[in-house]
Design a protein around this ligand. Sequence first.
Ligand SMILES: NC(=O)c1ccc[n+]([C@@H]2O[C@H](COP(=O)([O-])OP(=O)(O)OC[C@H]3O[C@@H](n4cnc5c(N)ncnc54)[C@H](O)[C@@H]3O)[C@@H](O)[C@H]2O)c1
Length: 347
Amino acid sequence: MEPLNIAVIGAGVIGKRHVQEIRNNDACRLVALADPSPDASGYAASLSVPLYSDYRALLDKEHVDAAVVCTPNHTHLEVGLACIERRVPVLMEKPVADDLESAHALADASKQAGVAVLVGHHRRHNPAVRKAKETIASGRIGRLVLANIMCLLYKPDAYFDVPWRKQAGGGPILINLIHEIDLLRHLSGEIVSVQALSSNTIRAHDVEDSAACTLRLANGALANISLSDTTATPWSWDTAAGEDRQLFDYRPVPTHFFAGTDGALTLPDLTMWSYEDEKGRHRPIHDTHIDLAEENTYANQLRHFVDVARGATTPIVDARDAARTLEATLAVVESARTSSMIELRAK
Ligand SMILES: NC(=O)c1ccc[n+]([C@@H]2O[C@H](COP(=O)([O-])OP(=O)(O)OC[C@H]3O[C@@H](n4cnc5c(N)ncnc54)[C@H](O)[C@@H]3O)[C@@H](O)[C@H]2O)c1
């Protein structure tokens, strides 16, 4: 079979990560890049691929079978629609869009045209997440009661040299928490209400540096998520899961705790806790580590996208699904702003 011709639109941090995976996969070929930044020309030349400053020109002039969109959030809708209009399947980086209306507009356009949009919630392609979903669904931890999630990391000062990262929308709720919300939905079911506090006490930027969130799930379970980009800890998925060791240090500590009536599971290290016979805090509780072969999450995501673009399967996270993740994430922003509990519409 001929390789799939893939264009990458937006060649910044994550765009370059996708380029690396495309070049490592024989089922695809990097056909061109689109990025208006002057920095992109040297990069495109180093890859020997054409560079377009206007992504529409790229889509019109090159033979493109599929596109990976890695542009800033506020452009996702217009770039996504341009691809769909040209019947080009899309791997759209998260968040699917920067507001709910745009997210649903993209989902509607994808459905009406029959052109697939896969959203880059890459953790869903992590084998530990697959195993955790299977374990929770099998009932091994009983009924889920509480999930406790830590996303406590430290962004160095240079990260904030880019002005939008200090302003509303550029903080850890929309950049980092959205991954936790998507993971929680994926593993535990839909979120029905959200209550949150946020703080900018440490960095004193306009945008939050920390948040504490409590969520109620449709199955009755509760979840707490602790979030900060100004804490010097190893307790974040990026550090603990080892998905991108080029970018982040790797310390395989548990950061996500799922507590059920019959046992518990921690992620990303995949440790199961349960009583041997009678349950009770006076009884010995045992841990078992679930061993899995390491896989490259981003490579898995790309393989899935190739299948989606060829029409062999449907996206495991499509634009409508990602809109629900966005809705719950925006509810955290709204709850913290208004000091109130927010009920979600899509229950
Ligand atoms: N899945 C993940 O873990 C992950 C990680 C990082 C970023 N992201 C997402 O990826 C997207 C990009 O983030 P980033 O950190 O790579 O940002 P970035 O600023 O490093 O890169 C964005 C690039 O897009 C280019 N660009 C801007 N407007 C464009 C346009 N109209 N057409 C083509 N190119 C354009 C910019 O010049 C820049 O090179 C964001 O939506 C972000 O949320 C996802």
